[in-house]
Design a protein around this ligand. Structure first.
Ligand code: SF4
Ligand code: SF4
Length: 377
């Protein structure tokens, strides 16, 4: 059986107690880590946002895991490669609270870009070789500290998606170009997970404050009071999707990993009863309703069913992060002082710009048919 622990925790100030309980329930820290090992704690540090915005893993969760790793007499290090902050890692560390936690705990905070990287063939059909940060390759094991969030392209961002941050810097954007269809990108995420999973000691999900709606950065904060942990990252994602009332057979990443509903029958739930959490009416990205349109209809009307990125000039602060994030060069700035604009004919609807924009200034422009199928919440 696959053990998944659930613990109710209403406040980050009580995170240590709850994180410790969640890990104890699946076997205890000493069963995952040996003394002297170098353990990479991998939070989700998507962009420079304060912890209460629910975009990034909360620093109290990171602190709790640092303390557990130290208790096991191993050596914790913390790192991630924030997609939306390729050139301002210091700001990400400060705003997300990582710098303060790591300084107080006297733990190394690793810049994945500066650590160097190596390429591997991970049997992906679209990306011939995938570059991984040496911080990931050189550690003995990884503790995957994901945030419970929605994702406009992939529907859901939890344990498996968090590992995309193991690829350093701008290379992530390049891979979006090579795996531009969402099915191809799902395959890439699944292959990255398969490549790294032997290193993952366990995955712990920070769902005390989760994000619903247009995640992973532009959604709404939703208080869920949830901490969940398992050694099986993909099964944990499948379980969470299931309790959030999503059909896991429609999830592209789980499909790619051949995880079907039968896997849910192999789960042994430990800890707080799922009925004690408010999983009801969790909002998924409206765009993903397109995944539920039958394939024969999509074949017939597919070219009239599109969603493209559009920049809201009133909200745009001209930081140009979207322009740098676009894998196909569909975003251009016409004049020196003007807002960037999307050339729709070039846009491949990867929504990297939506993910990277710190000011929620990237919206979705839908075709007439897409508007019929996608009603906003
Ligand atoms: S749309 Fe967002 S990311 Fe792009 S320039 Fe404007 S504020 Fe920056
Ligand atoms: S404009 Fe945005 S959604 Fe379109 S291809 Fe570029 S990054 Fe992707």
């Amino acid at each position: 059986m696959i053990k998944i622990s659930l613990v109710k925790c209403g406040e980050y100030s009580k995170a240590y107690h709850s994180v410790n309980e969640a890990v104890e329930l699946i076997g205890g820290i000493d069963s995952f880590i040996r003394p002297g090992e170098k353990i990479l704690i991998k939070p989700n540090l998507l962009s420079p946002k304060e912890p209460d915005k629910a975009v990034t893993t909360h620093p109290e969760i990171v602190k709790a895991v640092i303390k557990l790793v130290k208790k096991a007499e191993a050596v914790p290090v913390v790192g991630d490669s924030p997609g939306g902050a390729i050139r301002n890692i210091q700001t990400v560390w400060e705003k997300t609270g990582m710098l303060e936690v790591c300084r107080k705990e006297n733990v190394e905070l690793i810049n994945f870009e500066a650590a160097g990287s190596r390429e591997f063939d991970i049997n992906d059909a679209n990306v011939r070789k995938v570059n991984f940060s040496n911080a990931v390759l050189n550690c003995d094991g990884i503790i995957n500290l994901a945030k419970l969030k929605t994702h406009s392209l992939m529907s859901f961002s939890a344990g498996v998606k968090n590992l995309y941050g193991c690829i350093p810097g701008i290379t992530k954007v390049e891979y979006h170009k090579l795996a531009s269809k969402n099915t191809d990108f799902a395959d890439l995420l699944a292959n990255i997970y398969d490549f790294l999973k032997h290193k993952i000691r366990f995955t712990l999900i920070d769902g005390i404050l989760a994000m619903q709606g247009a995640g992973p950065s532009g959604g709404e904060v939703r208080k869920m009071d949830l901490i969940a942990a398992s050694q099986d990252t993909a099964a944990l994602d499948a379980f969470l999707l299931d309790v959030l009332k999503q059909d896991i057979s429609k999830n592209l990443v789980l499909n790619s990993l051949n995880i079907t509903k039968e896997r849910l029958d192999k789960i042994e739930l430990i800890g707080t009863n799922p009925r004690c959490f408010n999983f009801k009416n969790f909002k998924f990205p409206p765009l993903r309703r397109l995944d539920y349109i039958p394939k024969h209809i999509v074949r017939f009307i597919g070219s009239f069913l599109w969603v493209k990125a559009k920049i809201n000039k009133k909200l745009c602060r001209k930081c140009m992060l979207c322009l740098k994030s676009c894998p196909v060069g569909a975003i251009k700035q016409k004049g020196k002082d003007s807002c960037p604009a999307v050339k729709e004919s070039k846009c491949i609807s990867c929504f990297c710009c939506h993910e990277f924009c710190p000011y929620k200034a990237v919206n979705f422009h839908k075709s007439f048919l897409a508007k019929i199928f996608i009603k906003e919440n």
